[in-house]
Design a protein around this ligand. Structure first.
Ligand code: SF4
Length: 413
C-alpha cells in the first residue's frame, strides 16, 4: 500500500528545509574557506563550544536519517557489509561507517555529502555503537583525535563531582582545539551560545506543551524540527526558527485547528521514528488518530545557566541521551507516564527497534506500567529506524488496525 504524504504540514517546514540545506552547505563553505571541520558524536552537549570557536561541527548520526529519507542508506549498508560489519549492528552505525569508508568519495551524494573532518572528537559516553562508530572513523581518517571521557551516569544520579570531572575533560578539548586551530575560546561568545541554547530549549518546551491541546496542532510527522536542536544549538538560527514554529502553532491552537479535522484518538510513539518511511505517521489519519507525543518530545527539556557555561554544557552532555543510555528504566517510565497524562494519550505505539537495543529494552515494562497505572493500552510492532527491509508494512497494518478498532471501541466511538 502506498502511503500518501500528509497534507497538513506546518508552514515552518519550508524554512526547515532551507536550514538543513544551509547547514550542510556551510560545512562545505567552511572547508573551502579553511575553517576547521570537526566530526562529533550525536546530541553532543558541546556544540556551543565549536560554534564559539568558529569550528564547523558535523554529526554523522544526524546524517543517517537524511540518507534513509533519500534512500542512499542501502548503498551505505552494502559498503559496510562488504567491509565485514554485521547486518545486526545499529543502522546508524552501518550507514555512517559505510558512508565514511566509501560513499564519501562518490559524487551525487545528498546535499553534496559531508565535508571530511579535520579533527575528530570522541566522547566516551552514549551507546556502544556510537563509540564504535568513532573508533572506525578514527582508524580511517587518520586526523588528530581527542578522546575525552565522560561518566555514563543515570540523569537522576548526576552529582557535582560528575560535573567537575566533565569540566576538566572539556578544558582538555578546548586546549586541543586551540592548539590545532589557533582559535582562542572567547568565554563571552561561549556564554552567548549558551544563552541561545537555553532559549531554544525554552521554546522547544513551549511548542511541545501546545501539543497537549485538543485537537493537536501538529503530529509526530513534524519531528524533523529537532534538526535545529541537534545541529544548531548555540546559534540564533535555532532560536529564530523555533520562534517561527511557536507563532504558527499558537495561531493554529487559537483557531482550534487540529492536524486532522476530526481528532478521535491521541497516540504516543515510543522509540525512534522510521526515518525511511515517515509517511507511516499519516497512516493513523485513517482512524482519525494522531501521534501527539513521542520519545523525543522530552529530549531537550532542560535549562542552561550562562553564568556557568562550562558546567552547564557538561550537564547537557551528561543528559544528552536523556531517553537512551543515560536513564534508568524508572526514570524512563516516569517520563512516559508523565507524557501519557499530559498529552491525554489514548494508546501507545511501541516500536520495537531492531537497530536500537538501548531504547527497545524495557518496552514490555512500559506497556505493563501504562496499562496497570493509567489504563492506557499499547501495541508493539517490529521495525528498524534505518532499514526499511526490516519493517513489514503489512504486519504493521494488521497490528495497528486491530489496535485502533479496540481504542475506538473503548471510547464508544
Ligand atoms: S542510541 Fe540506538 S540508534 Fe542511537 S546509535 Fe545507539 S544503538 Fe544506534
Amino acid at each position: 500500500m502506498e502511503l500518501k504524504k500528509t497534507r497538513k504540514r506546518l508552514q515552518a517546514n519550508k524554512r526547515l528545509r532551507e536550514i538543513i540545506t544551509d547547514f550542510y552547505a556551510d560545512g562545505h563553505r567552511a572547508k573551502a574557506e579553511g575553517r576547521p571541520v570537526v566530526w562529533i558524536p550525536p546530541m553532543n552537549g558541546l556544540i556551543e563550544l565549536f560554534y564559539a570557536m568558529d569550528i564547523h561541527p558535523v554529526f554523522p548520526e544526524n546524517w543517517a536519517p537524511l540518507c534513509a529519507a533519500i534512500g542512499t542508506n542501502r548503498q551505505n549498508f552494502t559498503s559496510a557489509a562488504e567491509r565485514g560489519f554485521s547486518g545486526d549492528l545499529c543502522g546508524y552505525f552501518r550507514n555512517n561507517v559505510g558512508y565514511a569508508l566509501a560513499g564519501i568519495e562518490e559524487a551525487n551524494q545528498p546535499l553534496g555529502g559531508l565535508p571530511k573532518p579535520d579533527f575528530l572528537i570522541s566522547f566516551g559516553a552514549g551507546c556502544i555503537p556510537t563509540q564504535k562508530t568513532f573508533q572506525v572513523l578514527c582508524d580511517h581518517f587518520r586526523v588528530p583525535v581527542i578522546r575525552a571521557d565522560l561518566p555514563q551516569v543515570a540523569m537522576e544520579e548526576i552529582k557535582e563531582h560528575h560535573i567537575r570531572y566533565g569540566v576538566v575533560q572539556t578544558e582538555r578539548i578546548v586546549r586541543f582545539l586551540e592548539e590545532k586551530t589557533g582559535h582562542r575560546l572567547d568565554m563571552n561568545r561561549l556564554r552567548q551560545a549558551v544563552v541561545y541554547t537555553d532559549e531554544a530549549c525554552r521554546l522547544w518546551d513551549e511548542i511541545m506543551a501546545l501539543r497537549a491541546t485538543v485537537p493537536a496542532p501538529f503530529s509526530a510527522a513534524e519531528i524533523g524540527i529537532m534538526f535545529v536542536m541537534v545541529t544548531r544549538h548555540g546559534t540564533k538560527i535555532a532560536v529564530d526558527f523555533l520562534r517561527e514554529v511557536l507563532a504558527e502553532v499558537k495561531e493554529k491552537v487559537a483557531r482550534g485547528e487540529g492536524v486532522i479535522p476530526h481528532e478521535r484518538l491521541r497516540l504516543f510513539w515510543d522509540n525512534i521514528p522510521l526515518w525511511h518511511n515517515m509517511a507511516v505517521f499519516n497512516y493513523f489519519e485513517k482512524w482519525d488518530a494522531v501521534v501527539v507525543a513521542e520519545t523525543y518530545s522530552a529530549a531537550w527539556s532542560l535549562r542552561l545557566d550562562p553564568e556557568r557555561p562550562m558546567e552547564t554544557l557538561v550537564y547537557k552532555s551528561l543528559v544528552s541521551y536523556p531517553l537512551v543510555s543515560c536513564v534508568s528504566l524508572e526514570k524512563r517510565l516516569e517520563l512516559i507516564v508523565k507524557a501519557v497524562r499530559e498529552y491525554k494519550i489514548d494508546g501507545a505505539i511501541l516500536h520495537s527497534n531492531r537497530s536500537c537495543k538501548p531504547i527497545s529494552m524495557g518496552q514490555m515494562d512500559i506497556g505493563r506500567v501504562l496499562a496497570e497505572k493509567l489504563g492506557c493500552p499499547s501495541v508493539m510492532f517490529d521495525g528498524d529506524h534505518m532499514d526499511g527491509d526490516r519493517f513489514s508494512f503489512a504486519q504493521f497494518q494488521t497490528r495497528i488496525d486491530a489496535f485502533m478498532e479496540m481504542l475506538l471501541e473503548r471510547k464508544n466511538l
